[in-house]
Design a protein around this ligand. Structure first.
Ligand SMILES: NC(=O)c1ccc[n+]([C@@H]2O[C@H](COP(=O)([O-])OP(=O)(O)OC[C@H]3O[C@@H](n4cnc5c(N)ncnc54)[C@H](OP(=O)(O)O)[C@@H]3O)[C@@H](O)[C@H]2O)c1
Length: 382
């Protein structure tokens, strides 16, 4: 099996290393033939090229592994690879969640597949597990701590009583957070993963913009003080719940009870759980990022293709996001708290309310109409 690698950064170099160095029977069947890099200083190996066409037009290359990140040119390169009849493995959740409708259709047309284990949960075999569970069960719901960066920030704020900006700075220094951390702290990274999880769990293509998304950008030390004083921890949770003709889907900070299995998820780890009709609940945990764990997932997908183990049996169809049945109690901190008077159960601090039990769609609609850029919302576990 000959592989063309697009990108030789954290994940791409890990893929090259595993395929070059590992000696299992499966990995010995794989060869990295060409590697796309950007800069002259990266041309350290005769396989390196700065021209993507050397990979996309090479008839000997069976599989293209895209580990470049970003929307473009990753999307264009993946599209071209599929059009040339090459299978694609990608770790790029943002690109795939944005363009999967188009890319799945092109793959179908050309009799090839798109694999994306590494795009969701890094090294955790979450997508593979969903494929297997789905062969027997409908998946009723899933939820996960899908983002190690925010988990790291929330853990340290909670245990050390530190401010958000200080912990974000530390996460950046340690390389856990990007220089522009928006995708992580505004919940978009988790939104892409919820979208891709729903593809596997429910055979649906959700519209990204319809997934209700709140992040942790505006969380304050006093929000975590409330958690600590009342027996909760705060985690950023992505969720999907199968409804009859739709899916409820959201990303939001949640105040979880201390005995919730997710409450003790350490620092930069991920944990994801799903519930199947006959399987019941099953949970998966591990390193959701990092060079070799993520590259491991890419190489697993390459081996799946080589062994023709694509278990995606059902077509993926567009479905609506509907959060009217997702009911919860919400902690809302805003200087405009008076606007929530009719749904306030009680005040728990200056400008901070707990709502009555309301639907997430109602909570989201109300918040959309509040002019307060510092508003923070979290769901409170009952
Ligand atoms: N890192 C993780 O732990 C992890 C985990 C799960 C998923 N992912 C996903 O995997 C993808 C890659 O992440 P990463 O951490 O490996 O990023 P990275 O370290 O920045 O690696 C990407 C590499 O691709 C190169 N590249 C970008 N555009 C290119 C182009 N047009 N031609 C040639 N090379 C190009 C970049 O070069 P420059 O640096 O010069 O731009 C960089 O060397 C992302 O979508 C990310 O979300 C990462």
């Amino acid at each position: 099996m000959k592989i063309g690698l697009l990108g030789h950064g954290v994940v791409g170099s890990g893929v090259r290393k595993i395929i070059d160095d590992q000696k299992t029977i499966e990995v010995q069947e794989l060869v990295v033939k060409r590697i796309l890099v950007k800069d002259d200083w990266e041309m350290t190996d005769e396989r390196m090229t700065q021209n993507a066409d050397d990979i996309l037009n090479d008839p000997e290359i069976d599989i293209v592994a895209e580990c470049m990140g970003g929307l473009e040119p990753a999307h264009t390169f993946v599209r071209k690879a599929l059009e040339q009849g090459k299978h694609v493995v990608t770790s790029n959740k943002k690109m795939l969640a944005t363009y999967c409708r188009e890319l799945f259709a092109i793959a179908n047309e050309h009799g090839v597949t798109v694999h994306y284990e590494a795009a969701c949960g890094g090294g955790i075999p979450w997508m593979a597990a969903l494929d297997r569970i789905r062969r027997v069960d409908d998946i009723m719901n899933f939820r996960g701590i899908f983002n190690g960066t925010t988990n790291y920030i929330l853990e340290r704020m909670y245990h050390e009583g530190k401010d958000f900006s200080e912990m974000l700075g530390e996460a950046q220094k340690l390389g856990y957070a990007e220089r522009d951390p928006s995708d992580d702290i505004d919940g978009f990274d988790v939104k892409y993963k919820v979208m891709l999880s729903a593809v596997k769990a429910n055979d649906v293509l959700l519209n990204l913009d319809d997934i209700t998304t709140f992040g942790i950008r505006h969380i304050l030390k006093k929000d975590l003080d409330y958690c600590r004083d009342n027996g909760y921890v705060c985690k950023l949770i992505g969720r999907g719940v199968r409804q009859e003709d739709s899916v409820s889907a959201c990303v939001m900070p949640m105040f979880l009870k201390l005995d919730d299995m997710f409450a003790s998820t350490p620092l930069n780890f991920n944990v994801i759980e799903c519930e199947g009709a006959t399987l019941g609940k099953a949970a998966f945990t591990g390193q959701g990022a990092g060079s070799l764990p993520t590259a491991h997932a890419v190489v697993q997908n390459i081996i799946d293709i080589w062994k023709n183990q694509d278990s995606e049996i059902n077509p993926k169809l567009p479905a609506a996001v509907d959060n009217r049945d997702l009911m919860g109690v919400y902690y809302i901190r805003t200087k405009k708290s008076a606007l929530f008077a009719d749904i306030t159960d009680r005040y728990v601090g200056e400008d901070t309310i707990l709502t009555e039990k309301i639907s997430l769609s109602e909570a989201a609609l109300r918040i959309k109409n509040v002019d307060d850029p510092d508003l923070f919302i979290a769901e409170v576990a009952e």
